[in-house]
Design a protein around this ligand. Sequence first.
Ligand code: UD1
Length: 418
Amino acid sequence: MSKFLIRGGRKLFGEISISAAKNSYLPILAACVLCDDKIVLHNYPYYTDTESMCKILASLGARIVYLDDTIIIDGASINSSNIESELASQVRSSIFTLGALLGRFKKARVAYPGGCEIGARPIDIHIESFRKLGVKIIEKHGYIYCDASQMHSGSVVLEFPSVGATESLMMASVFVKGQTKILNAAKEPEIVDLQKFLNSMGAKISGAGTGEILINGVSKLKGCSFVPINDRIVAGTYMIATVMCGGDVTIKGVKANHLASLLDKLDKTACSITVKNDKIRVQATNRPMAIGKIETSVYPGLPTDLQAQILALQTISQGSSIVCENVFESRFKHIPELVKMGADVHIKDRVAFVRGVEKLYGASVTGMELRGTASLILAGLVAEGYTTVSGSKHIDRGYRKIEDELASLGADIKRVQD
Ligand code: UD1
């Protein structure tokens, strides 16, 4: 096990290219199950989550070849529709493969992904939506047994615009005769990316990015070559880091409109943000101003995946803020650790009250989940003295060598053995 050793107080300067989006890559990898041809995916990011998803594909029989940052997946040899619990527990997104397996084999036995560090994360919306389309489902002994031999087209209204349920339904419906409609669908950019990928293989899907997605069944998909979008959450993390540390950083390779809600919030901190093509430049000279009210919500609202980082920013801002976590029920595990570093934060249910302090102080802290660990690293970058952040296994799920990327901007951070 490793941890991060950070000496706070350095400003950040330079340019950084953002790697591919974990949340695009995971459903796209799952969707490879639908095709018995070769698929070439570029900018493969080697996150542990994408690696776990590749292990799942390999366990189903896929042949996978890595060529630097290109990955070739040959689905011709996929011959299993079962995902065992050992693999399903490694990556929650294993549940996406359920839709793809139903699309290809009309049946699946998939281990229940269970809860995780940020909440119970039930999959009732996935299950109910499949049932509405004629899939027979039995849940027993931690497994979900699905029979989609009678699956039909139709309209499904999601009770909540779940990202995973929208993606799973898109995959499951690709070969279903007629038109399937997903209403109250999630609108995240990663859903648009999944639509683009499926359509590059020959699917007929439209409407992604709106609340109504239409899937017109096709009989076969073909291989393709595809470049998934880059990670707006990683980009947002480095933008927030720059506002906290001060400096001048240009983030390359993300669309500013995918981060509009964050740009709007960061505008209130008195930093300067300039957008040109796929570059976002953040310049920060003074202590940031508090943002005030911050609420997470579904896209295009402020992503829950940036809540922990933006909360870390509030702990050192001038003034007070209120942070409401509306998407997940237990996503404040970073707060007691920030308090150890001198932050002034009080929690009531899903609301955190933050009073900005002049300084945080280095401490030994532990991250419990991906984005919460990122927020502790950001706090370490501005704290006085040394901070050690344990929990590197969480960070590696969705950041590509965060210590090297931050060090390239001038931060004093390295990975050390526990
Ligand atoms: C995806 C993202 C995750 C992000 C989240 C919200 C991936 C791989 N992960 O997760 O990074 O934080 O979207 O933007 O893309 N819910 C139910 N029943 C369901 C499904 C969801 O109650 O059947 C609840 C969840 O517990 C959660 C909320 O709905 O409270 C949002 O979940 P969802 O949009 O499904 O998130 P994920 O797809 O799991």
